[in-house]
Design a protein around this ligand. Structure first.
Ligand SMILES: [Fe+2]
Length: 183
């Protein structure tokens, strides 16, 4: 049985004894090791959306439902994160700043995430995310800070140049995915 309040309490306990993402990864890994229980606890995904499960200055917990074949542009978080997949798939491309070209980024690596995977992302990570399958993907995202309050960057998908993170545009991407899904 996955209980949201119990999970939040476990995350708070992990953070209290370890400010890094090490213990948090174990908490998230334990949760997504029973994906059917998480599906039951959070509910079967029905639409692309970001559900805020918990939000504090030092910890944010989200239930992120990616739309079919949905991609979000490269962005940073300015805090560590742990991503745990309980339904579907998520592909991450990792980027780094180019030393020769101020602000632009280049691809540095990739990681496929499948059901049951719990991936830690470092404080300075820049990533873009794709749901590569034609159905919804469900993931628990835990961030070691105030995900909505942090000053962050995103990089234009075409020019790969840096700009200020636009939260409203990011949320619109989920509604566009829903519109595509309905069409
Ligand atoms: Fe992200």
């Amino acid at each position: 049985m996955f209980d949201v309040d119990d999970f939040i309490a476990e995350c708070r306990t992990a953070l209290a004894s370890d400010p890094s993402h090490k213990l948090m990864r174990e908490v998230v890994a334990r949760a997504v090791s029973s994906p059917a229980a998480v599906l039951k606890g959070l509910g079967e995904p029905t639409r692309a959306e970001v559900q805020k499960l918990y939000h504090a200055k030092d910890l944010t917990i989200l239930n992120v439902i990616w739309g079919p074949m949905m991609t979000v542009m490269p962005h940073n978080h300015q805090m560590w994160a742990v991503i745990g997949i309980y339904s579907g798939r998520e592909d991450n491309i990792f980027w780094r700043r180019r030393v020769d070209d101020g602000g632009r980024i280049e691809a540095a690596g990739a990681r496929e995430l499948c059901v049951g995977d719990a991936e830690p992302l470092g404080h300075n990570i820049i990533h873009s995310v794709t749901n590569p399958i034609p159905r919804l993907t469900g993931a628990i995202h835990v961030y070691g800070g105030d995900f909505f309050g942090a000053e962050r960057s995103e990089w234009d998908s075409e020019s790969l140049t840096e700009g200020r993170f636009d939260a409203e545009r990011a949320m619109r991407r989920f509604e566009e995915a829903n519109a595509t899904m309905r069409a």
